[in-house]
Ligand binder design. Structure first.
Ligand SMILES: Cc1cc2nc3c(=O)[nH]c(=O)nc-3n(C[C@H](O)[C@H](O)[C@H](O)COP(=O)(O)O)c2cc1C
Length: 289
């Protein structure tokens, strides 16, 4: 399955069939998780697939997640060495795992919460200096909700910000048109439809020359610094979201033969407000002639 199909098929599945994941599928997913070791900005990550216990299911609410997750067969749990770019790296790698699960016919739902001290940390045998910013519920989607979810998915493009609010040319003053995006149009569209915590879509991208600069435009009153996040000890979920956007951009480009690499060097462009911060830059690898 092409990455763009997996991206378009994925949606947050919140009700699952009461069925274990087939052992062959489990084995394939586990192999894939084992291959994902380092984020694009260098953080070391460990991921594992674990069957869901009754305690896991009932403990989710207390850990700061929202929504009700019914009957997940299991969880993809990960830990990352705390470092400057741990959250973007974790967002990128967990999303890569989610797209693989989608390819294998599984439903998933990101769950952001305070997992670092939870029973999920015991499953992954958390090591000193590691954090668990989120986990992912996984299993076969329940048929009754599937139709509703498919309907929701069809309406999803309406629940995402339009292109002109997200992508810019040379600086934040000028919108990047789809024509000017050229061969990057598909990758940008795959960023636009990406999942994000509370569907806030905090990613912004500025193309300047051959470079694509990624920013996080924080939602006022949400995430880092907000009272509710501090009380719950939640990770800065909007930085996970930017990692997810980086994943969709990078993987879609790669499939189109547009290979690139990541660096963190702030170009110093004027930003629209103090809520917008530079995260990382994607540069196209020089093409062989
Ligand atoms: C970092 C992150 C944390 C999330 N946490 C939760 C959560 O705690 N509970 C939940 O039901 N959905 C959660 N979601 C799912 C989002 O609500 C969902 O991706 C968004 O509303 C878009 O819908 P879609 O995934 O169906 O496209 C989370 C998503 C992300 C990326």
């Amino acid at each position: 399955m092409k990455i763009q199909i997996a991206i378009q098929q994925r949606y947050s599945t919140r009700s699952y069939q009461n069925t274990a994941i087939a052992s062959g599928v489990q084995a394939e997913l586990q192999d894939h998780l084992a291959s994902l070791k380092t984020g694009p900005l260098g953080s070391r990550i460990r991921l594992g697939l674990f069957a869901a216990s009754e305690h896991d299911r009932s403990s989710l609410r207390g850990l700061g997640t929202y929504g009700f997750i019914r009957n997940p067969a299991g969880f993809i749990v990960g830990s990352v060495q705390a470092s400057e770019h741990a959250l973007e790296d974790y967002g990128y790698i967990m999303e890569q795992a989610i797209l693989e699960a989608t390819r294998l016919g599984l439903g998933t739902c990101w769950l952001g919460g305070s997992f670092t001290q939870s029973s999920f940390a015991e499953k992954i045998e958390k090591r000193d200096g590691e954090i668990l910013p989120a986990v992912t519920a996984v299993g076969y989607p329940a048929p009754a909700t599937r139709e509703r979810d498919l309907f929701r998915r069809a309406a999803r493009s309406d629940t995402r910000l339009p292109w002109q609010k997200l992508f810019f040319d040379s600086g934040f003053e000028t919108v990047l048109t789809t024509e000017n995006a050229g061969e990057y149009q598909l990758a940008l569209e795959m960023v636009r439809v990406a999942p994000s915590a509370s569907n806030r879509q905090p990613w912004r991208i500025v193309r300047k020359g051959q470079a694509w600069h990624f920013y996080c435009q924080r939602t006022p009153g949400y995430g880092k610094g907000s009272l509710v996040f501090n009380l719950l000890g939640l990770a800065d979920l909007q930085r996970l979201d930017v990692g997810i956007a980086m994943c969709h951009f990078d993987l879609t480009n790669r499939e189109l033969g547009l290979n690139g690499h990541w660096r963190v060097t702030d170009p110093g462009l004027p930003v629209p407000d103090e809520k917008s911060v530079y995260i990382a830059t994607w540069d196209m690898d020089s093409r062989a002639v």
